[in-house]
Every structure is written in structure tokens, then in C-alpha cells.
Design a protein around this ligand. Structure first.
Ligand SMILES: Nc1ncnc2c1ncn2[C@@H]1O[C@H](COP(=O)(O)OP(=O)(O)O)[C@@H](O)[C@H]1O
Length: 228
């Protein structure tokens, strides 16, 4: 032993915020800026539904109704993904944890890997405005790059900025009725996690009502300080 205590660990960041706050968009920007891997439990679950796995079959109806998939399913999917070699460079969790039980499970997963949370980044928005934001969003069918009818159109109409794909999709759960159920689940289960992370001294709040680039710049500054 050389006397040094804990091994240097890669950053682990959480993005908190209601549906439509821009977690996916900002996670991708952080991924590029800091060489982290974005882990979106929503994307993992949609992939499981598309593949028809057992977890996907269980999750499909809950997701379509805007509810929360069970903690056990989501935590198992995330735990498996966290062990992939690419995650060693650091991760940004987008959409997890969403409940107190998931937050506690994440603490245990990190402790078992001798890692700790670097920061929980809370995207602060007026969540009444989120329904409109969500109604306008769409994504590249090939690479998942996110766009918005008014806030962020592809630079060349009909062509994805990132991969030049030509097909775009809108999420089935972005319909207005489902969005209100997702916001209700957020307020009930997820919003209280801000206090959980504040108590750990890990919460960093960022005003996410600004433009995508302004929010990205603020987040980058916060992450730079948190990882220094
Ligand atoms: N950590 C999670 N726990 C429970 N359900 C989840 C979790 N992550 C994603 N989901 C399910 O997937 C859906 C889509 O999630 P996501 O893509 O993160 O979208 P958004 O944050 O915009 O609601 C959620 O409404 C929920 O049903």
C-alpha cells in the first residue's frame, strides 16, 4: 500500500428536474464537454419495450400512462448498465433516481463500487410551462438528438444536425393527458429528492428557463467546480 486512501473516482452526476426541463438535451451537452456517459433510464426503458424484454413488457403500460416504472425494474436496468466498461470514465444520470427508494439504491450501488456522487444538478423550471415545451419536442429517429418546434429546429430543415438522419419521431407519452400524469408523478415522488441531496450537500440548482446554451454554460461552470 502506498498510503493513499480512496482511489480517484470518475464523476457521477445526477440531473434532476421535471419532464421537459431539458435533462436529455443538457445531459448530451455535458457528455460531450466532459467526456461522460449519459445514462437515461427513459431511453433504456424505451429500448426494453421495443425489444420486448420481460422488463419492457412490464414497463410498457405504466410508461404509456405516464406513471413510474417499479423501482426494482429500473434499478436493475441501471445497475447492469453502470457496470459496462465505458461508464468508468464517469456518468451523468438522466431520469434516475426518481423516487426516494431509487436514491437510496443509488447510494448503495455507488458505495459498493467505491464511488460517490459528485453533484445532483437540479434544473429549476416553472413546471406549468413544461406542458408547452413537451408538446413541441421531437427527436432524430436514428441518433436520438432532441429538437423543438420553436426552441431548436434542425439547422438544415429535415436533416439531423448530429447524424444527418432524415426521420424524426415524437414520443407517444408526450400527449397532453400523459404529460399531466408525468408531472404529477414528478411532483409527488421526484421533487422531494432535492431535499435529499441538499442534506448530503450535493445539490446544485441551475435556472433552466433560460436558452439551451445559457443553461449549458451555467451547468458546465457548476460541473467544473464540482469536479475540481
Ligand atoms: N427512474 C425511473 N423510475 C421509474 N420510471 C422511470 C424512470 N425513468 C424513466 N421512467 C419511465 O419512463 C418514462 C419516460 O422517462 P424519460 O424519458 O426520462 O422522460 P421525462 O423525464 O421527460 O418524463 C417515465 O414517464 C416513466 O414511466
Amino acid at each position: 500500500m502506498d498510503g493513499s486512501k480512496t482511489p480517484a473516482t470518475a464523476p457521477v452526476l445526477i440531473l434532476l428536474g421535471p419532464p421537459g426541463a431539458g435533462k436529455g438535451t443538457q445531459a448530451r451537452k455535458l457528455e460531450q464537454a466532459f467526456g461522460l456517459v449519459q445514462l437515461s433510464t427513459g431511453d433504456m426503458l424505451r429500448a426494453a419495450v421495443a425489444e420486448g424484454t420481460e422488463a419492457g413488457r412490464e414497463a410498457a403500460a405504466v410508461m404509456a400512462a405516464g406513471g413510474l416504472v417499479s423501482d426494482g425494474i429500473v434499478t436493475a436496468i441501471l445497475a447492469e448498465r453502470l457496470d459496462a466498461p465505458d461508464c468508468a470514465q464517469g456518468v451523468i444520470l438522466d431520469g434516475f433516481p426518481r423516487t426516494r427508494a431509487q436514491a437510496e439504491a443509488l447510494d448503495a450501488l455507488l458505495a459498493a463500487r467505491e464511488q460517490r456522487l459528485t453533484a445532483a444538478l437540479s434544473l429549476e423550471v416553472d413546471d406549468a410551462a413544461m406542458v408547452d415545451r413537451i408538446a413541441g419536442r421531437f427527436a432524430c429517429a436514428a441518433c436520438g438528438e432532441g429538437y423543438h418546434d420553436t426552441a431548436k429546429r434542425p439547422r438544415r430543415e429535415g436533416l439531423c444536425d448530429r447524424c444527418e438522419g432524415t426521420e424524426f419521431t415524437r414520443r407517444a407519452d408526450d400527449r397532453a393527458e400523459t404529460v399531466s400524469a408525468r408531472l404529477a408523478a414528478y411532483r409527488r415522488e421526484t421533487a422531494p429528492l432535492a431535499a435529499y441531496y441538499a442534506a448530503q450537500g450535493a445539490l446544485r440548482r441551475v435556472d433552466a428557463m433560460n436558452s439551451i446554451d445559457t443553461v449549458a454554460a451555467e451547468l458546465a461552470a457548476v460541473v467544473t467546480r464540482a469536479t475540481a
